[in-house]
Each structure stands twice: as structure tokens, then as C-alpha cells.
Design a protein around this ligand. Sequence first.
Ligand code: CP3
Length: 339
Amino acid sequence: MRGDRPPVTPVWFMRQAGRSLPEYNQARGNTTMLEACLTPELAAEITMQPVRRLGVDAAVFFSDIVVPLKLAGVGVEIAPGVGPVMDQPYRTPADIARLCEATLTDDALAPITEAVRLTVAELGATPLLGFAGAPFTLAAYLVEGRPSKDHMAARTLMHADPDSWARLLNWAADITGAFLAAQVRAGASAVQLFDSWVGSLSVADYTAHVAPASTRALTGVAKLGVPVVHFGTNTEHLLPAMRDVLLAAGVDAPVIGVDYRTPLDTAAAIVPGVPLQGNIDPAMLAAGWPALSAHVCDVLERGRQAPAHVANLGHGVPPETDPDVLKRVVELIHETTND
Ligand code: CP3
């Protein structure tokens, strides 16, 4: 991830831990998603499962982008099959001002720190990736109150009340930045900033109303010297601005995560000189081996246009995925690039 191309292309999968693994469903039992994230032994066990079964080159810390909100005392739950649901939408100046009084202390972060420590101890030489949600993606849930398609209320607030918007984004940056830094201090080797829904913005809105907060979220973790992957979906138009966020934060090993819509050679031309991560189409995982293997080889070939390539999906593992297929993809990537 530091920009040099290792002999064998490394691979991990977004959402590699989760419902596609029978041992995950068994370990979760009746525990709610957020309870599982905040139970260190369970979070560490779930983080380890895909490493054991799939042979991936990195573990991804089992948590969620809304965990730091929960730890700051915000009313949020993860509804199965739906996603994060807030106790209320946060849209008015008074609601946002009240929300932004919440802070995230080191004490509150203790379950995260503990889970990371347990995981790193068990992983040995395999790196652990930490992650957090970017301020816009968190704000999209806070302002809407629940998952939404086009994030209309959030995009409206940005222009209707720019002061409350900036206050909300800076607050989210500080909370999510503290969550990221805690994971690195406890032993994570690299982190990914997920701005999953940022593709709904124009370049102008992103640059003026969102990028400064993402930079703010990453400034602390950049000082810790770890590689940072910056990922969103539908972001072809935003890739240069997303790279600039990493550079402005002072990240010394920036990586851009590319979703499945943009071929990696196209992305390499848009952000030259930057290592890329991605971008196997999750839909191909169920398309049968001939189509999937041809697609994986095409992704690897296009990835050669970047200075370095971390193989991954172009978004998360679908819950219905056959884990044996994921394992076979890992083997194919390792064999194909071992030259
Ligand atoms: O292995 C990994 O990649 C780590 C696990 C991980 C989870 N959430 C666990 C999870 C990661 C990286 C996330 C990040 C996350 N959470 C994002 C950014 C990544 C992305 O997919 O774009 C977002 C937008 C969220 C918010 C969220 N949490 C959604 C949309 C959902 C899905 C709701 C559902 O049930 O389909 C969640 C819940 C969630 N987070 C699950 C997992 C494994 C499923 C819950 C379950 O198993 O009961």
C-alpha cells in the first residue's frame, strides 16, 4: 500500500466478515449488530473468521461506521436488512447544535481499543485494517434519520443552512477521526475512510462543503503514518478531489478505492501515480466461474496501469455469496500475479 508493487497482488474484501459466512451467523446468534461490535471478544472473533476461511491478506476490523456515534451517546441502531436508523432526523439548527455537544472520550472507545488489541495479537503477521465513515456519509444518515437513496435532505441542508451543515460535518469529522486514530493506536496497520454515498454530490459541492471535513477527519491518523484508503461509490467524477483530501491531510501513503463502475485503467489515468484498490463487481460473484474468473483477470490486467494494486471488490460482499467462490477468487489473484 506504500506505492511499491509487491510480487503477489494482495487481496481483501469489503464486508468480508458478515452474513455470507455460516460461522458469522452462528457467532452473532441473537446479539444485535451494535452489541456485537461493542463486545471485544466477539468483534475479534468475527474479524478473524474470513482470514481463517478465505486466505485474504488482511483482516478488516469488524465494526460499523455508526459505532462512534453510538459511543458518543447518539441514539442509533442498525436495523437488520435496512441499515442505520437514528432516533430522529437531525436537520434543524437546534437539533444539530444539541447533537454537536456530544463528545467521544477515550474511555468510551475502550471496547474498540480492546477488540483491536485482541485481534492484532491473534493475527500475528497479517495486517489489520481499521476503518471509519467519512463525515458526509455519516451526515447523510444523521440528516435523513435513516438510509435514503439520493440523500436529498442532506444535500438541501448543505445549501439551506451552510453554517449548521459545516458545524455538523466538523463534529462528525472529529468523532470519526477519533475512532480511526484509536484503531491505529491499538495496532491497526492501515485504515480505510468509507464515503459510500458521496457519489451523489457534484464536484463543486464536494469541494466546497464536504472535502474540508474529510481532510479534518484524516489529519490525526495521517500523523500516525499509516496508509489510508479513500473509497466511495459512483465517484468517477470525484476521484481527483478525493485524492486531494488524502494529500491535504498529510497522508504519506494514499490509496484510492475504486468502485466497480470505473475500470482501473481509467481510474489510473484520472489519478495518475496513486495506488488503487478494487474493483471486482460484486454481482459477478454469483455469475459462474467462467465469467467471474475472466472478470477477475481483466481487473488485474487493468490494475497494472496503477503504480500498485490492492485487489478487492468494487463494493461489499453480498450476504448470499458462496464463501467457496471468494476463496477461489483469492487463490486466482495470488496465482495470476505470482510472476
Ligand atoms: O468486513 C468488513 O468489511 C467490516 C465490516 C463492516 C460493517 N460495516 C459491518 C456490517 C464495514 C466496513 C461497515 C461499514 C459500513 N456500514 C458502511 C460503509 C461501507 C459500505 O458498505 O458502503 C456503511 C454505509 C454502513 C452502514 C450499514 N451498516 C449498512 C448500510 C448496513 C447493512 C444493513 C443490512 O442489514 O443489510 C449495516 C449493517 C452491517 N454492518 C452489517 C455488517 C456485517 C450487516 C448486519 C448484520 O449482519 O446483521
